[in-house]
Design a protein around this ligand. Sequence first.
Ligand code: SF4
Ligand code: SF4
Length: 344
Amino acid sequence: MEKILEKKRVDDWVAALTGYEVHAPALEEGIWGYQPINGPIRLDHTNTKQPPKEFAFPQREVFFSFEQIKGEAPRLKQVMPSGPRHAVFGVRPCDGRGVPRMDKVFNDHAQDAYYNARRKNVAYVGLACNKPPSANCFCLSVGGSPVSTDGLDVQLTDLGDRYFVKAITEAGKDLMTAAGKLFADPSAADQKQLKQVHAAAVAHPQRAVNNPDQAPAKLKASFKSPLWDELAQACIGCGICTFLCPTCHCFDINDEVQGKAPLNGQRVRTWDNCQFPDFTMHSSGHNPREGTGARLRQRVCHKFQYFYENFGMHQCIGCGRCITECPVGIDIIHVVNKVVENAG
Ligand code: SF4
Ligand code: SF4
């Protein structure tokens, strides 16, 4: 389904989505982030600081509550995600490509019921990048594109005073059908302009990972390279790079005890982070990834080697957030290029 929507009618579209909680980028204290719609929608954002992964994989989620009364069997009460369907507007194409990668992670060896319950309740309305929103974008070199529709339910393309709106999935068609009268059929001139805008977007210069196809083998051959320690020397282990990454998904599971007589509480999943020194700490005190070099290697090889070996695609989708936000300037493009080049 392909349609045209005048920009001044986008708020009417959002208003028609009565069965959804609609989220869109909002600017707060200079930072773009997804927020529930509260006023006119804005789609003039760069990219959000936080990716949209939280809609299916929140920072903290309760699996079940428990109660243990002495002499009785433990009582468990599962807490499944519930609530309205979410429509997330303004998702950039790179972040859209993060969605199927997360789907793979949470549905490979086992199906994660919590992730899947949230995931089926989210529809992503993407916005093609007419030009890269960040100087650190590199989607093209990792198999993506500023006009990719992968992982999205609807794609919007900015044509000036109107959007070219394309449904990618059935969920996307539902979003458009909910406000069918607002949309017009695209003319031949609209189709022509769409092609021109997309071609210009793809032709726009970006940064690049060199030889991404060679990266898995070269990184594998470089496991013991002294470069890892050298490149990670400045790392302070803050974890920003992974918390802000649209495809990082490590988590921890803990029991939060609230009362002891009777014993009761909740089992909770929270994000964890491979850049934290204690992430791999054994109870013996031994830490197989003791230094920052080993931890940087893990992050980079997971993105460009291990995920590729498992699923035939890079896990990094080239959003550039980890580069832009690293407080000490560690740059994943530079790291991959340097290690791969050094491997010969
Ligand atoms: S953001 Fe930079 S300093 Fe922080 S953990 Fe990542 S690489 Fe290290
Ligand atoms: S590794 Fe960095 S550039 Fe790649 S997807 Fe994650 S945050 Fe974006």
